[in-house]
Ligand binder design. Structure first.
Ligand code: SF4
Ligand SMILES: [Zn+2]
Ligand SMILES: [Zn+2]
Length: 316
């Protein structure tokens, strides 16, 4: 197979785009696409300061690499969760993220949950009702809180994450199967900071296939953690991704069209903003200043303030 741009040997054939490219043209194409989506969805400008949430995985490290190549002012944020999983998941992720930043002279903020709050995610999960068998719920809440706080304190205009098309399509499938109106209204390539205490959030890779991001990381020589977080095993997201992969194998482009049709339908007014009932109930948490729907303190501040005895989840 030949590159459609220069006729050299192609390294990738992207069936949904009917596009085969050589290494050089593929490594140009991914940043060009990313830039197009940043502009199309008005995510951020070259003058704004961007904070990239990096996990040590292929998507977030590649996103950071792409943004720097495109000339954006992008710093990184790594949150150490203290998850081991028998192979030192957090240690490996932190080491590779720090190496990535050091080699490129990039600024990286590191927040260690255990050092900052005196407990790892697993320990917090072990003592809270939210965490009992729901480590991901504790983890998600903690990460969202720290990401927003670091972005605010650091004066960043926008916080970006490495969610790719497969992540977004799986989330959309889940939200659709459950008909979750609030989640459907809020699922978007960019979320404006429309409440005091919030920073804008954006997902510049939301239209790029996971397979293409893996190829980008590999061809750019980016070292990343191959293993998933041990708590992701058996998750709904992985199950929905599997279903969508079966669909994609039979109908190339199905994931992309599912996601893009949703964005088009939303832009056309299919989901009324009133469907998001949480918006009306938002107020500022008196302890941390971030918006919350809970009465009084936000869920994160309550989780950290009130130890609740519960069975610890299976040790990982
Ligand atoms: S899989 Fe769950 S525990 Fe692991 S990083 Fe994701 S949210 Fe956190
Ligand atoms: Zn080429
Ligand atoms: Zn709070």
């Amino acid at each position: 197979m030949r590159c459609v741009k220069c006729g050299q040997k192609a390294v990738i054939n992207m069936r949904p785009h009917k596009l085969a490219l050589c290494q050089d043209h593929f490594l140009e194409w991914i940043p060009a696409q990313t830039e197009r989506f940043i502009e199309k969805y008005r995510m951020f400008s070259l003058q704004e300061r961007v904070l990239v949430a990096v996990s040590g995985g292929k998507d977030s490290l590649s996103l950071w690499d792409i943004l720097v190549r495109l000339g954006y002012q992008a710093d990184g944020l790594y949150i150490c969760l203290g998850i081991d999983g028998g192979f030192g998941y957090s240690d490996q992720s932190q080491r590779l993220t720090e190496k990535f930043a050091l080699e490129r002279g990039l600024r990286l903020h590191v927040v260690d949950v255990a050092k900052e709050y005196g407990e790892t995610i697993i320990q917090i999960a072990g003592r809270t009702h939210r965490g009992f068998e729901k480590t991901c719920s504790v983890c998600g809440l903690t990460k969202r809180h720290i990401m927003n706080r670091t972005a605010r304190q650091g004066g960043y205009h926008v916080l970006v994450t490495g969610h790719n098309l497969d992540d977004e399509a799986a989330t959309l499938l889940s939200n659709t199967l459950n008909w979750s109106p609030g989640y459907l209204v809020r699922q978007s390539p960019v979320l404006e900071a429309d409440q005091p205490g919030l920073v804008r959030k954006a997902k510049p890779l939301c239209r790029i296939y996971e397979r293409d991001m893996a190829a980008y990381a590999l061809l750019r020589g980016i070292e990343y953690v191959y293993e998933e977080c041990p708590y992701a095993v058996g998750s709904n997201t992985i199950f929905y991704k599997g279903l969508l992969n079966q669909l994609e194998a039979q109908r190339p482009g199905a994931k992309l069209s599912f996601y893009l049709s949703f964005l088009q339908a939303k832009a056309g007014g299919l989901f009324a903003p009133q469907a998001d009932q949480e918006i009306d109930r938002l107020h500022t948490c008196p302890s941390c200043g971030q918006p919350t729907t809970a009465p009084g303190d936000c869920a994160f501040c309550r989780m950290m303030a009130k130890p609740v005895q519960g069975s610890a989840p299976p040790g990982l």
